[in-house]
Design a protein around this ligand. Sequence first.
Ligand code: C2E
Ligand code: MG
Ligand code: MG
Ligand code: MG
Length: 278
Amino acid sequence: FLAKESRNGHKYHNLQESTLDIERYHLQNGLQKALENDEFSVFYQPKYNISDSRLIGAEALIRWKHPKLGQVSPAKFIPIAEEFGLIKSIGEWVLEQVCKQIAVWQNLGYRFPVSVNLSVKQFREETIVQTIRSMIERSGIDPGLLELEITEGMAMDIEKALRILQELRKIGLRISVDDFGTGYSSLNYLKKLPIHQLKVDKSFIDDITRDLGDAAIVSTIVTLAHNLNLKVIAEGVENMEQLEKLREIGCDEVQGYLFNKPLPLAEFDEILYQNFGK
Ligand code: C2E
Ligand code: MG
Ligand code: MG
Ligand code: MG
């Protein structure tokens, strides 16, 4: 098959495609067994207040260690999980881990919101509100300590988004719009939907000290957000110059490798201890 392919002009394309298919096949197969084989874990990346560098929250990020392939990025496997109907169970696993962990911190007297990423597909699940409600009840956490990071794609069906977000707000959750500025951006939804925070996408932060356009966009997002009573966090902050620029612009919160990478639980707990004592 390969020999025959190599004689025609599509050789390279087909070879590449079949390599991708093989990888996807392995990932999809692996994902089916990953939950029961305990291959997932949750890492936590701190969020800081920009003015006094206080730790004010964390983002939960899933990690998958495939037995043969090693660490696989969620950017790669989440879309495959969605495609093969596995996102519901994986997403519920993350929510459950995080709610349990918030309960542990809450009982130790640590109080800071932890965010969980929800893909658009998860957000649209019929059962999402009930799932989240029962997880919060079972874990006994203050619902205000759980934040959801959703993307602009959720606003495609604004009526449905409004219904779901209002119910989540009624429970007491915080809502953040992740990767802001990269997706479907009808600004109309910003005033209609009950959200708390915009998270400016890393792609605008990368060159913010050199690219006047990026700086102008971030500055405009901050002004817009503040006028709508929303907070702004910048993701992917990697150096002091970016931090300075974001301070100048008036961004509220920051997150990125300059402060910490996403950390395994034990290392994150160290950071908590350094920040809050106990
Ligand atoms: P995201 O929610 O936008 O998360 C930010 C990503 O940027 C994370 O990658 C994080 O590790 C990385 N990051 C943070 N600070 C920096 C920095 O300063 N520099 C650089 N280069 N990268 C930084 P990660 O953990 O690989 O996650 C990728 C994406 O996968 C996430 O993007 C999110 O969309 C998705 N994801 C991760 N965990 C989950 C989950 O539990 N559920 C769902 N549905 N999606 C998830
Ligand atoms: Mg996120
Ligand atoms: Mg993001
Ligand atoms: Mg992003």
